[in-house]
Structures are given as structure tokens and as C-alpha cells.
Design a protein around this ligand. Structure first.
Ligand code: GLP
Length: 251
């Protein structure tokens, strides 16, 4: 894994946006996997800026978001789908037909997950997967547990994760759905390249688990060690628990 540590979260976000823009320049028809969450906001703002500056053309790209709450359709204002529309899709030139989401509003979740996997495979797989990370080392909504599932599936959310997502629901924990649909770890590992961004001290422990030299389903992000092209972008607080101090902040 290649690690880059930046002095500020903003610099880390800019590096993530640059990686996406560079991917689009290399291959305009790239298939991108995308996260939601607070960390991604600065990345999407920078991508919009790059788009407006003519440095990021999404007209031939396809996007696949990694997760969605069960029970929330794309029209629901609290859905991750609405989040993406508000913070990225509505501000760039990505054709609406090129947006791919796990629809949390469907009745048959297994069928929805199969459909989503089929769309990824049908378009040739993900070229670049951008990920955030949960404080408990979840990626997408693959939560810590005794086992992990390789392909997209319905999952129960950890209490810690529901608490972390409460701000999206006006701080009301009871309003945060208890289940979600998520891209599976195997589908993530099938991506040709992965860029993970983590900022803030609350992510330091989870980030450390990716560099501990052990694979554990209790630390889902640790499985990224199996991938041959992962770039980890951190600010200084998120880098606090890296094994040795061999990672200096970029000037
Ligand atoms: C959320 C999302 C993930 C995201 C992670 C980090 O719950 N399901 O896709 O990467 O947790 O979120 P944040 O950036 O808000 O800390």
C-alpha cells in the first residue's frame, strides 16, 4: 500500500480529487466507485472545481456508489443517492443514466444486489474505487464481524456507525436506518485501483489496522492489504497510529 500523509485534511481531499481527475484523463469512460460521508465532501467540492476549470470531464464516466440505507429510495432527502446528487452529480456533467446506485427502496434486496453486481460486471468492472473508512474500520457498509460477504448484500449497521451517521438525520439516532445495502469486499478488491481517504484522529485506529500486517474480519479495511494498487491519503491526525514514524507529511 502506498501511503501519503498531508498536513491538512483539505490537502488530502485535493489529492483524492486529483486522482479521480487523472483517471478520467487517462480513460474518459472510467467506471468509478464512490463513497459518501463527511470526508468525501471536500473531495467532491474539489472535483467540481476541477470540472469547472476544464480538468475533469465526466461525460463518458460511470459511477457506482458503494452503499445505501435500506428503506430509502433515491428520492428520499436523507438517502446517500440524494447526498450524491446534491454534492456532486448535480454539479458536474455526468449523464444521469451513468449513475449506478444500490436502491434502498426496493422490496427484493437480493435481486437489487444482483442487479448492481451485474451492472458493474457488464460495464467491465471498476477502474478506480474511492473509499472512506469508518471509525470501526468499515469500508462501504461492510461492518466488523465474524465473517464478511464478498458481493453486494444487505447488512445490519453497527450502533457506532448509526451514531456516526446521525448528523445526516438531524442528530436523531432513532431515525437512522438499522440496515443498509453495501458493495461487498470482493467486488471492492476487484477494482483495478483503490484510493482510500481518511482524515481526523477518530480514524487513526482504523487506519492503523490496515498496516498491522494482519487480516481480520473485525477490521474490514485490513483486507485492502490483499490488493496490489491501494493508495491511502491521510492527514496528520489520521496517520497517528501508523506502525512506525516512517511516513512524513508531504511539504
Ligand atoms: C459512512 C459510509 C462509508 C464512508 C464512511 C466514512 O458511514 N457508509 O461509505 O466511507 O462511513 O464516513 P465519514 O466520512 O462521514 O466519516
Amino acid at each position: 500500500m502506498n501511503v501519503r500523509v498531508f498536513r491538512t485534511s483539505e490537502e488530502a481531499a485535493h489529492a483524492a480529487a486529483s486522482a479521480v481527475a487523472a483517471q478520467l484523463r487517462r480513460k474518459p469512460g472510467s467506471k468509478l466507485g464512490l463513497p459518501t460521508g463527511r470526508t468525501s465532501l471536500a473531495v467532491y467540492d474539489e472535483l467540481v472545481r476541477l470540472h469547472e476549470a476544464g480538468a475533469a470531464d465526466f461525460s463518458r464516466a460511470h459511477t457506482f456508489n458503494v452503499d445505501e440505507f435500506v428503506g430509502l429510495s433515491c428520492r428520499h432527502p436523507r438517502s446517500f443517492c440524494s447526498f450524491m446528487e446534491q454534492h456532486l452529480f448535480g454539479r458536474i456533467n455526468l449523464p444521469p443514466a451513468h449513475v449506478h446506485f444500490l436502491n434502498g427502496g426496493t422490496q427484493d434486496h437480493d435481486e437489487e444486489c444482483r442487479r448492481f453486481e451485474g451492472e458493474i460486471a457488464g460495464l467491465g468492472g471498476l477502474d478506480l474505487l474511492l473509499l472512506g473508512i469508518g471509525g470501526n474500520a468499515h469500508i462501504g457498509f461492510n461492518e466488523p464481524g465474524r465473517s464478511l460477504r464478498p458481493r453486494s448484500h444487505r447488512t445490519r449497521l453497527a450502533l457506532e456507525t448509526r451514531r456516526a451517521n446521525a448528523p445526516l438525520f438531524d442528530g436523531r439516532l432513532q431515525a437512522v436506518p438499522r440496515e443498509a445495502l453495501t458493495m461487498g469486499i470482493g467486488t471492492m478488491l476487484d477494482a483495478r485501483a483503490i484510493v482510500l481517504i481518511a482524515t481526523g484522529r477518530s480514524k487513526a485506529r482504523a487506519v492503523g489496522s490496515m498496516f498491522a500486517g494482519r487480516l481480520s474480519t473485525d477490521q474490514p479495511a485490513s483486507l485492502l492489504q490483499l490488493h496490489r494498487s491501494v493508495e491511502v491519503l491521510l492527514d496528520l491526525p489520521a496517520a497517528e497510529k501508523l506502525p512506525e514514524s516512517g511516513f512524513d507529511a508531504e511539504a
